[in-house]
Design a protein around this ligand. Structure first.
Ligand SMILES: CC(C)(COP(=O)(O)OP(=O)(O)OC[C@H]1O[C@@H](n2cnc3c(N)ncnc32)[C@H](O)[C@@H]1OP(=O)(O)O)[C@@H](O)C(=O)NCCC(=O)NCCS
Length: 424
């Protein structure tokens, strides 16, 4: 058995006993109250589900299995997936083992490319990527084993197999979408010597050691963001009906394609470049940035890349991208502009007085790096986010099935009920 699967299997009884004990001894203890505001307001802050893979602390940002993300920026995405799922950092052998698994499982069936080719040329890259994931459902091991009547205790194993098969194929699919959508030439075969992230860069057609590193960092930073964000929660809900990982990840990614969620990264760089362009090119001054930010807000629009539903500090993932940029692309005017925006926009948003968090999120800096390496097709950026975030979705699903988490079914109420409840 592969070492990650073995490690995870060994944890199941330990975690399972822990949860059983909590439920038996403290199952009735209240952990959240829900206000009318929260019921109408996207359930913000309501504690109503479990996610053990990662946590987002408003004042600290992403923490993976107890480790802050800024301490993990030198890790490969393979190491991060191992950590997300098993709770432990892998050894070198574990990493090699997972990389071998990915290589064995990485071939994308021809019918996936045929379906993508048949899509309209104007299709959004996220629609192409999500479609490819859904089309791959044909490969589902979970669906076949479920039909054969596997017992509940084996669900996680089949979900793990599907999840790993899917993750192994995502770099090729993502790179394929890029080459097809933007007429970059034929598909490029993976290089067995390269890591999961570097191979993606290679299959895109950008063979540059620093870009390899940029992609590995990108995939490490976007891997997971606890359980309640739109994509993770959608995926969780779909998977709770025992829809297999292809259905569930595709559904989650459809949520990631929204402009308030993952798609914000395409909006961000667009906003920066439009500002630079409008001001005649070059790096804008702080005053010019301030004026442009106000112009955006006064037009009733949001400043992309700023604000967050949970975070109340600068997103450490933004910091990690900025650090990478300062080290590897110190001459980039776009990156310098992004850094300057950071000196101006938080104060503008504070003065504007609406956003609860005036600080940058992950999307504020990543685009500048992609742009530097020639990926100028903004619409494509969310596909990169998706390849990475699928790791969290898969890890959460395997955990949920192993812990026998039941079907999701919160209670909705109507406005009449609310009125009666509050005495109106
Ligand atoms: C991320 C985001 C969707 C969080 O939404 P939220 O939890 O509802 O945020 P808040 O509670 O702070 O929103 C309160 C108000 O501030 C506004 N606000 C939040 N972020 C803002 C921003 N970057 N620019 C302008 N206004 C903003 C909201 O639109 C909302 O206005 P409303 O009362 O008129 O509806 C929001 O900050 C946003 O739209 N940011 C820009 C898009 C983005 O970067 N998304 C990527 C997220 S990782």
């Amino acid at each position: 058995m592969a070492s990650l699967k073995e490690k995870f299997a060994s944890k199941i009884p330990v975690w399972g006993e822990d949860i059983k004990k909590i439920l038996k001894e403290k199952g009735d203890v209240k952990i959240s109250d829900v206000s009318v505001q929260q019921a109408y307001g996207g359930m913000r802050g309501v504690k109503g589900m479990i996610c053990d893979t990662s946590l987002v602390e408003p004042d600290k940002g992403l923490i993976i299995r107890g480790i802050p993300i800024l301490e993990l920026t030198d890790k490969l995405p393979e190491e991060i997936f191992f950590l997300l799922l098993s709770g432990d950092m892998p050894t070198d052998d574990d990493v090699k083992d997972l990389q071998d698994e990915y290589k064995k499982r990485g071939d994308v069936p021809k019918y996936v490319w045929d379906v993508l080719k048949a899509m309209p040329k104007t299709s959004h890259p996220m629609a192409m990527f999500d479609t490819a994931v859904l089309v791959l459902e044909n490969e589902s091991i979970f669906r076949k084993r479920y039909a054969e009547g596997i017992p509940k205790g084996q669900y996680w194993d089949a979900v793990y197999e599907d999840g790993l098969n899917l993750l192994a194929k995502l770099p090729a699919i993502g790179a394929g979408v890029y080459r097809m959508k933007y007429d970059k030439g034929g598909l490029i075969d993976p290089d067995p010597k390269l890591s999961w992230g570097a191979n993606f860069a290679h299959m895109m057609g950008i063979d540059d050691e620093t870009f390899y590193k940029a992609m590995e960092l990108y995939f490490t930073l976007h891997c997971d963001h606890e359980g309640g964000n739109v994509s993770a929660f959608s995926c969780h809900t779909i998977a709770s009906a025992l829809s297999d990982p292809y259905y569930a990840v595709s559904g989650g990614l459809n949520g990631l394609a929204g402009p308030l969620h993952g798609l914000a990264n395409q909006e961000c760089l667009k906003w920066v470049l439009e500002m630079m362009d409008k001001l005649g090119g070059g790096i804008p001054t702080k005053d010019q940035i301030k004026d442009y930010a106000w112009e955006t807000l006064n037009a009733g629009k949001v400043i992309p890349g700023y604000g967050h539903a949970v975070l109340r500090v600068t997103d450490p993932r933004y910091t990690a991208f900025l650090n990478f940029g300062k080290e590897h692309l110190p001459d980039s005017e776009v990156l310098t502009t992004v850094a300057r925006i950071y000196e101006v926009v938080p104060d503008v948003l504070k003065e504007h007085g609406k956003a609860k968090n005036p600080w940058p999120n992950v999307d504020a800096g990543s685009g500048a790096i992609l742009y530097h390496y020639g990926i100028t097709e903004f619409e494509y950026y969310t596909v990169l986010f998706s390849i990475s975030r699928a790791m969290g979705m898969v890890a959460q699903q395997v955990w949920n099935r192993a812990m026998m988490i039941p079907i999701t079914r919160p209670k909705s109420v109507g406005t009449d009920w609310i009125k009666k409840q509050v005495g109106m």
